[in-house]
Write a protein that binds this ligand. Structure first.
Ligand code: ATR
Length: 278
């Protein structure tokens, strides 16, 4: 039996064990997957202990994704761009490789599951922390015409946009958005964890525009409610992204891509609590 786990702090409410158990059943893979409460003082030690015990792969969640990036010398290009690692692969001989499946998870949920066609669209990405940086590269690969990164602290958005080095990308504060129009607004801020939404001008959403909250919950998230109030054609939460990022991790570890739709449906039916990925 191969061993996998998700490491974070806190970790008790992580849905990842449920998701990976469902993938394993569905694909006939023999594995177990548990939760590890990571130590804020010695994350590296926790990873070493897991590998010494024969662990084959880890998902890394809040607050360790950046630390995992720094810990691993061998990183995929998308982990490199994200500045964060959410998937650790234990290679034969115990060498560790870091990858990041968050961005691809978001785009597969939006484009694949929900049918959003990014081509030429005007996309607004709210936030400039780890969550926003983690998905920026994948969003650009999806082919939008324009991508604005906007953040409460404008300088962080400007820096993130500059680092993308892509003519389609610009960064600004939230007030500076007034008068602009977007086909898709993605919330990658942590404001929802406090029951809050970023302070946005009205009228940002184009007719037929969508909103996507990377947060998810049993009840509509504050940002989903904001989208409704702004007349969004669709208001999506991050549950699909959670399952899609897990599916990509599973594929990296096991070489087989699980079917995500029944697992998303299972989680929707089963009730979930409000939180970020993992
Ligand atoms: P994460 O790794 O989850 O992105 P982070 O790096 O702490 O966490 O970033 C949190 C993001 O949410 C930031 O963009 C933060 O804005 P600031 O850079 O101005 O701090 C944003 N954020 C958190 N609470 C917010 C709120 N109430 N309104 C608007 N933005 C908020």
């Amino acid at each position: 039996m191969d061993h996998y786990a998700v490491i974070g702090n806190p970790i008790a409410h992580s849905k990842s064990p449920l998701i990976h158990a469902a993938f394993a059943r569905q694909t006939g893979q023999r594995l177990d997957y548990r939760r590890i409460l990571g130590s804020r003082e010695d994350f590296a030690g926790d990873v070493r202990a897991f590998v010494a015990d024969g662990g084959r792969g880890l998902n890394v969640t809040v607050p360790f994704k950046q630390e995992a990036w720094a810990l691993l010398g061998d990183r995929s290009p998308r982990a490199e761009a994200a500045g964060a690692v959410n998937t650790i692969i234990v290679l034969d001989g115990g060498l560790l490789r870091g990858d990041n499946t968050d961005g691809v998870g978001l785009v597969r949920d939006l484009a694949g599951n929900q049918g959003f066609d990014f081509t030429g669209q005007r996309v607004l990405l709210l936030g400039a922390g780890g969550a926003a940086r983690g998905v920026l590269g994948a969003l650009l690969e999806a082919g939008p015409g324009r991508l604005v990164v906007a953040n409460r602290t404008a300088s962080r958005a400007v820096a993130l946009a500059a680092a993308a080095a892509d003519a389609r990308v610009s960064g600004s504060g939230l007030d500076a958005l007034a008068g602009q129009s977007f086909d898709l607004i993605i919330n990658a801020t942590s404001s929802g964890l406090d029951g809050d939404v970023p302070a946005l001008p009205d009228g940002l959403l184009a007719a037929g525009g969508w909103t996507y909250d990377m947060l998810y919950g049993d009840a509509p998230t504050p940002f989903c409610n904001w989208g409704e109030a702004q007349g969004a054609a669709r208001t999506l939460d991050g549950l699909g992204m959670l399952v899609e990022q897990a599916a990509e991790s599973f594929r990296l570890w096991r070489g087989v891509a699980p079917d995500t739709a029944p697992v998303i449906a299972m989680l929707r039916a089963g009730g979930i609590e409000t939180k970020f990925e993992g």
